[in-house]
Structures are given as structure tokens and as C-alpha cells.
Design a protein around this ligand. Structure first.
Ligand code: AMP
Length: 192
């Protein structure tokens, strides 16, 4: 199984690249942000719980997010692998994911980190907000808070995966196809 963590700050292009990677490698795409948004839309208890955190640009608590992710993985019985997009975002989530996968004799194959500087990120997200209507994309102070959450809680995970020799960083500035090609190269090198 090919299990990839697509890693990077909000606005780095994870969602865009995930769609292309899923098509090429026939993987199951699990985006925790998309799952939360679907739950908000559907008015579920999970959605109600996540909504206030998301609208403020804060992370949803670990126990909620981890439980949700594990149940989504468990729903897939015939998958060739997963792309985890927007998960893990904290050390506790990364540890929980390793433990959960190893219980299934699985593991993360590779963590692909898209790197984009903060000014470019803020610009991209505000532009996306105009197109997508996402509430958390439209307000600059919320966007800055999301980038701050990333720097404080998520960015340290690079070290976590580096220690496991699974981290590959890719410059997230360039055309969609150029970046896609670089990501594919890393995957095809099989983490070597
Ligand atoms: P995204 O679509 O990945 O930018 O996520 C949008 C929002 O969903 C984030 O700002 C968080 O509030 C929430 N979220 C998504 N994934 C996670 C996660 N792994 N842990 C905590 N909160 C998350």
C-alpha cells in the first residue's frame, strides 16, 4: 500500500495536488477539512462541534479529529492506499496515525511537504475565498490565525517525519503541473 501524507500550510496547494495524485496512483483521498465541511453542510453533531473552531481558524481538538479520521480509513476495505490531506496537523495526531496504521500492519510511505512563504499563502487563500465562498478563507485575520496554527502546531511535524526518514520537501511555487511532476518523482523514487 502507498500511504502518503500531503503536508503544508493552508493555501500551499495540497487539495489541488491531492486530486491529481489520487487519479494517477488510484489512492483514496482523505481530506479532514473536506470531511468537516461536509459534516457542517449536513448539519451533523460532528459538524456542529467543528464549526466554531474552523470559523475562528483554530484546529479542531485532536480526539475529535483522530476519531473521525480512523473511522474514515476503516470504511475503505479495498483501497490501494491513502492520501492524507490536512492530517496529521499535530504531533498527537501523527503519533495516533502511526499507531493506528501499525495496528493494521500498515505505515506511512512518504510525507510530501509543499513549501510556500506566508505572504504568498495569504494572497492565495484570500483569492480562493472569493471563488469558493469558504468563510475561513475570506477574513485576513482568520487566515493569519490559520497560518499561525500551522507554524505553531503543524510545522514541528516536519521534524517528526524527518526522523523517520520519510520527509520530502517540494517547492510549492510554480505551475500546478510542475509541482505535480516533482511530487510524482518523489513518489516514484519510492522514498529513496
Ligand atoms: P483545510 O481544509 O485543511 O484548510 O482545513 C480547514 C479547517 O478544518 C482547519 O482550519 C481546521 O479548523 C479544521 N481541520 C482540518 N483538518 C484538521 C486536523 N487534522 N486537525 C484539526 N483541525 C483540522
Amino acid at each position: 500500500m502507498l500511504n502518503i501524507v500531503l503536508f503544508g500550510p493552508p493555501g500551499a496547494g495540497k487539495g489541488t495536488q491531492a486530486v491529481k495524485l489520487v487519479e494517477k496512483y488510484k489512492l483514496v483521498h482523505l481530506s479532514t477539512g473536506d470531511i468537516f465541511r461536509a459534516n457542517i453542510k449536513g448539519g451533523t453533531e460532528l459538524g456542529k462541534l467543528a464549526k466554531n473552531y474552523m470559523n475562528a481558524g483554530n484546529l479542531v481538538p485532536d480526539e475529535v479529529t483522530i476519531g473521525m479520521l480512523e473511522s474514515e480509513v476503516n470504511k475503505q476495505t479495498n483501497s490501494k492506499g491513502f492520501i492524507f490531506d490536512g492530517f496529521p496537523r499535530t504531533t498527537a495526531q501523527a503519533q495516533a496515525l502511526d499507531k493506528f496504521l501499525s495496528g493494521k500492519t500498515l505505515s506511512i510511505s512518504l510525507t510530501l511537504a509543499l513549501e510556500v512563504d506566508e505572504e504568498e499563502l495569504t494572497k492565495r487563500i484570500i483569492l480562493r475565498g472569493k471563488e469558493s465562498g469558504r468563510a475561513d478563507d475570506q477574513n485576513e485575520s482568520i487566515v493569519r490565525n490559520r497560518v499561525k496554527e500551522y507554524s505553531n502546531k503543524t510545522s514541528p511535524l516536519k521534524e517528526f517525519y524527518k526522523k523517520q526518514n520519510k520527509l520530502r520537501t517540494v517547492n510549492g511555487i510554480g505551475s500546478i503541473d510542475e509541482i505535480f511532476e516533482k511530487l510524482c518523482k518523489e513518489i516514484d523514487n519510492g522514498g529513496k
